[in-house]
Design a protein around this ligand. Structure first.
Ligand code: IVH
Length: 684
């Protein structure tokens, strides 16, 4: 008995020491940006602590560094009342308004002396509040409507730069109960990474780092939040006693307490110094690793702040200066139409070139006719365009106040702009489609696709040449390419004998492309590179594929009813049959040997990636899921370890899941896994 107690006392001491050490290293790494030990050394400390806590679970405390990711998914967030309401700031956009703000402050303080201002970066993220009691983080919440917010404690605890315990011993004891406020954000680099991963998984992209942050904090499962690279800057401190006299000193104090405080803070005497500072940051902002949308200007003295007080919504002692946005206005010169491979007609805005976040924009997407109508966009309009994150610029809205009456309304044509064929809007589709299968624009796109790298890989067949061939009526479908003769090519504009010969030998070479490339090249709707490979592996010949029933097609991994229908339709069309016959006569690879299929696995989308499954999957059996991974070149791992690339988690996952979380492995929920596979199979 006493031996056990002794054991436990020793363990407690070790646990305390380890926690302190880990806290220190968390601070070095996540707050100060100056790690003192290697990742492996850090992992070892964490492992030791985990092992001790496993042996003595009664010694686990909520603020232990092992408990950052804890708890089960919530069904919703409880509401919390803010003891001191979380006000927002009035915005200013010009020096003029800043001067007016300064005058109001002077009047309010009844002085003509220069005011001392604390100027801080206005980080573009999500405002949160953190409450500490006796030095421990007890609650974290969102701003909500300023009076009530959501309790997102579990989510905020996953942010490593947020101390779970205030560790500095030089802090007055009363300060151990306090509320701090700040902005959760994502760096540009992490934002790009998150979006890349989402793109790979076929998930919708976040428009900007702020949306990514807000979306992450709203997740109900803290384990998922833990995987989002969030960070925080604190900018306010609320305490009953022992606060210093100014905002700038309060921030220094927070910093000493181990908090990550907004960097580049400055104290400016008088409004002119503030304006200079704003001007300076307008140029420097792009060099920051995170996005700011302006600066916050605060009267530095807390006494003066109290004297000035607040209105219902905003403090009178602070204001934000917002940079001119990532929007620009320009003139919409024209709306052009782009005809896609399947005849879809997409309107594109042609703009008077305008500079926007470092590039010159002259085109923007208009999506479809509904969008144009909804926003009432007319040719000749002055429009506001916006570039969000990595998305193509879009027209946000029209500045209707400067309309002259000369603007022209746009109408989707009833005839195709390229061929004059009928344009029809299919039921329940936003897209208008040119119905003419001989449409030159469509043919160009079809040939471009046929020649593209993953298809027949005919580099010599560029867009300009394709246009000439199609315009001259010489090429109406892919089979026509293989009838081209040297003489007629030579006769084309800008075509030397040498390049004509190169093209012919490239065409000759393309005949030996594998079956899967040919299937992809046909441009069957919904059939992507990976689906084409699966189909080639399953059917081994184009004839077998063409003769397959929908049921048979759906047996192929990754082929669903939509794709099956589209494949069936393609092979049923008389036109396509003729083209296929001619392609066969031209001598294209029509069948393939088993070993080529095997070999191709090496190039599958998941080549060499290790997967492990835990829990029950809803939409397929474990065996089916494993088969899908293998068919894409992936490997099924046997145990959770660092070599595993993805852990697929179903319902009621086992211990593998916890272990995977501890190791920080990439976790995929069933939906995410399905999306990833479908994307690789080319279904989306
Ligand atoms: S002070 C009562 N300081 O900007 C004053 N806000 O409307 C409270 N923000 O979403 C705000 N950086 O979260 C302050 N250094 C900073 C800030 C900052 C970003 C955000 C804040 C809120 C908005 C102000």
């Amino acid at each position: 008995m006493s031996g056990e107690k002794l054991d436990r006392d020793v363990a407690k001491e070790q646990i305390d020491r380890l926690r302190q050490e880990i806290r220190h290293h968390d601070w070095c790494y996540y707050v100060a940006n100056e790690p003192e030990i290697s990742d492996q050394e850090y992992d070892r400390l964490m492992e030791q602590l985990l092992a001790l806590e496993e042996r003595f679970p009664e010694l686990i405390t909520a603020d232990s560094p092992t408990r950052r990711v804890a708890g089960e998914p919530l069904s919703g967030f409880p509401v919390v009342e803010h003891k001191v309401s979380m006000l927002s700031l009035a915005n200013t956009y010009s020096w003029q308004e800043l001067l007016e703000f300064d005058r109001r402050v002077q009047r309010g303080l009844n002085t003509s002396a220069q005011i001392e201002y604390a100027v801080e970066l206005k980080v573009d993220g999500v405002a949160v509040s953190l409450r500490y009691e006796q030095g421990r983080l007890v609650q974290g919440s969102t701003r909500g409507d300023g009076l009530y917010g959501d309790d997102i404690t579990a989510n905020l605890k996953t942010i490593k730069s947020i101390p779970l315990t205030i560790f500095s011993s030089q802090i007055p004891l009363s300060m151990h109960s306090l509320e701090v406020r700040g902005e959760v954000f994502m760096t540009r680099e992490n934002f790009a990474r998150v979006n890349q991963a989402r793109e790979r998984a076929g998930e919708p992209l976040f428009a900007n780092p702020r949306n990514a942050t807000a979306g992450s904090l709203k997740l109900l499962d803290p384990r998922l939040v833990a995987k989002r690279p969030l960070d925080i800057f604190l900018y306010a401190c609320l305490a009953e006693q022992d606060l210093p006299e100014t905002q700038s000193e309060a921030m220094d104090l927070l910093e000493r307490m181990g908090f990550k405080v907004t960097p580049h803070r400055r104290v400016c005497l008088g409004i002119q110094a503030v304006i200079d500072c704003c001007q300076e940051w307008e140029d420097r902002r792009e060099a920051l690793p995170f996005e700011i949308d302006g600066l916050v200007i605060k009267v530095n003295s807390f006494v003066q702040q109290r004297q000035l007080g607040e209105t219902a919504k905003n403090p009178r002692w602070a204001i934000s200066y917002k940079f001119p946005g990532r929007q620009a206005t320009t003139r919409l010169l024209d709306i052009q139409l782009q005809v896609g491979r399947t005849g879809t007609i997409t309107p594109v805005a042609i703009l008077e070139p305008v500079a926007l976040s470092g590039s010159v924009i002259s085109r923007a997407t208009l999506h479809n006719a509904d969008e144009i109508n909804r926003k009432d966009i007319r040719i000749g309009d002055r429009v506001i365009i916006e570039k969000g994150g990595e998305v193509i610029p879009k027209v946000v809205k029209v500045v209707t106040s400067v309309r002259t009456g000369q603007e022209r309304q746009f109408q989707m044509p009833s005839l195709c702009p390229a061929c004059g064929g009928a344009v029809i809007r299919e039921e329940e589709e936003a897209a208008y489609r040119c119905q003419n299968l001989d449409c030159s624009a469509q043919i160009e796109r079809i040939i471009q696709h046929f020649a593209s790298r993953n298809a027949m890989d005919i580099e010599e067949l560029g867009p300009a040449l394709i246009r000439q061939l199609v315009a001259g009526g010489r090429v109406k479908n892919p089979a026509d390419l293989y009838d081209l003769r040297l003489e007629e090519l030579k006769a084309l504009e800008r075509m030397a004998e040498k390049s004509a010969q190169n093209l012919l030998s490239a065409l000759e070479k393309s005949k030996r492309r594998p079956l899967s490339a040919l299937i992809f090249a046909l441009g069957i709707r919904h059939v992507g590179v990976v689906a084409a490979e699966n189909l080639a592996r399953y059917f081994r010949s184009l004839d077998a594929l063409g003769a397959a029933s929908r049921e048979e097609l759906e047996k192929v991994s990754g082929v669903g009813p939509v794709m099956a229908e589209s494949i069936e339709k393609f092979f049923r069309a008389e036109r396509n049959r003729q083209v296929l016959n001619r392609l066969r006569q031209a001598g294209l690879v029509w069948t393939e040997e088993a070993d080529t299929a095997e070999r191709r696995k090496e190039d599958g989308g998941l080549a060499g990636q290790r997967f492990i499954f835990t829990g029950t999957l809803r939409s397929f059996t474990r065996a089916q899921a494993e088969e899908m991974v293998k068919s894409l070149g992936g490997i099924i791992g046997s145990a959770v370890g660092k070599s595993i690339d993805f852990v697929v988690v179903g319902e009621q996952p086992g211990s593998k899941f916890q272990k995977a979380c501890d190791l920080g492995l990439k976790i995929l929920k069933e939906d995410e896994f399905r999306l990833m596979i479908e994307r690789l199979q080319g279904n989306i």
